[in-house]
Ligand binder design. Structure first.
Ligand code: HEM
Length: 200
């Protein structure tokens, strides 16, 4: 069950990161989006590309950081991948995400939702970094769990949004709501499921 859960989480993360890299790497900007979002992205090309490419990197690398086998067998891989995850994925992806939050579709509720997510992502990344520099491994693990739960918001957003549209919510209601739903419950699950027991 634990292995199956981990495999599902990894596949979903790789799937969304792959989607983002292919769509933003090869298709015209905003091809698959609401026309107003496309217009915003056209005027914020640097912000959206920096965000999508850096944040996708975090989503690609993140799941493997939790594999104890990989950490034990290849500690250098864990270290370098962690530096890339935090220094490129979270830092650049989070700062560009924060910038894009000011331009997000869906008005102030959506903007505050994405802005809160960006700040929480940057903050938890900073705490994870500080704790490992101080050799506090248990604290590092807890902050990384929170940090990746927030990165996983990119996956849960793409589950909540079609789910709410399917349930009959109009897009202009669903989108701002999902800007919060995609990450607040993730943090709760991270604390209740993955951070409850002390780990080394
Ligand atoms: C965890 C912190 C994150 C924050 C704060 C954040 C924030 C944002 C914001 C504000 C937008 C613009 C939304 C709009 O215009 O309405 C956006 C779009 C986008 N983000 Fe993120 N994001 C985060 C994580 C990620 C991750 C990990 C990925 C990895 C795939 C990602 C991929 C995308 C993509 C592909 C878009 C363009 C919309 C689409 O094509 O679906 N984001 N993000």
């Amino acid at each position: 069950m634990k292995r199956t859960g981990f495999a599902i989480l990894t596949l979903l993360s790789l799937g969304v990161a792959g989607y983002a890299l292919v769509v933003y790497g090869f298709l015209p900007l905003g091809a698959a989006l609401h026309p107003e979002m496309r217009a915003t992205y056209e005027s914020q090309r640097f912000g959206i590309y920096a965000h999508v490419f850096a944040a996708s990197f975090a989503l690609l690398l993140g799941p493997f950081q939790f594999s104890s086998r990989l950490r034990a067998r290849h500690p250098d891989w864990h270290r370098w991948s962690g530096r890339l995850y935090l220094g490129f994925g979270v830092l650049l992806g989070g700062l560009a995400g924060l910038y894009m939050a000011f331009h997000a579709w869906g008005g102030p509720v959506a903007r505050l939702g994405f802005g809160g997510l960006a700040l929480a992502w940057l903050y938890t990344g900073w705490r994870a970094y500080r704790s490992i520099r101080a050799r506090e491994t248990a604290a590092h693990r807890r902050w990384m769990v929170r940090n990746f739960a927030l990165a996983f918001g990119a996956v849960t957003l793409r589950l909540w949004l079609p789910g709410s549209l399917f349930a009959g919510a109009p897009f202009e209601i669903a989108y701002p709501l999902v800007a919060w739903l995609c990450w607040v419950p993730n943090l709760v699950v991270a604390e209740l499921v993955f951070n409850r027991r002390p780990h080394g």
